[in-house]
Write a protein of this length. Structure first.
Lengths: 151, 151
DNA sequence: TTAAATGTAATTACTATGGTTACACATTGT
DNA sequence: ACAATGTGTAACCATAGTAATTACATTTAA
């Protein structure tokens, strides 16, 4: 279904910015970590800026900055900033109103889909960018330990 | 993100079949209610049959049938039968392993995405086709009442 | 004033999807 | 036996969303 990696990219970008602690990071540098194109990163940053999650500083030495503290950015905000919120699509054409199922299926589906969507969003809403970066640090420390013990 | 209406179509089709109570329904008739093409319905039915939710009867008077009782078909089974289970995509290209975030972001994202996906699936898993058809009947009765009172 | 960086438009390629036509094959019913 | 019915599937087209890329005007810091 969803083939967009924008959410994954966005979390990646925001994690980078949260480790910068106020020092602007250029789209060129970000693209180097994500392994993609600077222009694509700038487009993504535009969406994040529209959502109030980042700001940008023009000119030499400029780049992107977090607009909020990492523990005030939920992953739900990130998701909504960069991904269309529609998890499942309804019928494109109207179902046949002469049929009992056709008359009511969309109302019933709306309830089902909304509930599933809300469950998913509640999960994302319960985590912040700070949680994600904490996980990153934990993974890095684990790797360090492994490297030391294996010589 | 997801632009596929296959889940919506599938619930629609299964609701029709559950009201048939054992009488086969042709793809032609189903397509008439969904308002689409019979061949597309047959493609959808192939997926549902692969998942063990429907069977088909060839020949004159044939058509599709439910393979299970409606209260034994969860909407999660339907979703998995017709939709690719991947809610969010990861990075297509590997992130830069020379960067701390690049090294670990995918593991962290995996945890986030899996949890969100499981929350969504739990919601779908808690409802059966029988629940959906009960909702349909309820909506129809409400419409009947409205019609009677408004003349 | 020069270099750096953003913001955005335009373009290309790819993939998923819905829609449609066509047809071989199986099955029913007479 | 055979005609009618219906499935199953392949092939094809159009559309839409996305990533990737190039290009360039604009802004800003040093």
């Amino acid at each position: 279904m969803n083939t967009s990696s924008r959410f994954a990219f966005a979390v990646h970008v925001l994690a980078l910015l949260s480790l910068q602690e106020g020092v602007p990071l250029s789209s060129e540098m970000i693209a180097g970590s994500v392994n993609t194109n600077p222009a694509l990163i700038r487009r993504l940053l535009s969406m994040l800026a529209d959502a109030g999650l980042t700001t940008s500083q023009l000119g030499a030495g400029g780049g992107a900055l977090l607009a909020k503290a990492p523990d005030e950015i939920t992953l739900l905000q990130v998701y909504r900033a960069v991904d269309d919120a529609q998890l499942f699509a309804m019928h494109r054409e109207e179902p046949n109103p002469a049929c009992m199922v056709g008359r009511h299926i969309q109302v019933v589906l709306r309830g089902i889909i909304d509930e599933a969507q809300q469950a998913m969003e509640a999960s994302l809403g319960a985590r912040t960018l700070a949680d994600a970066t904490a996980d990153l640090m934990r993974a890095e420390r684990a790797l360090e330990r492994k490297r030391r013990s294996h010589g």
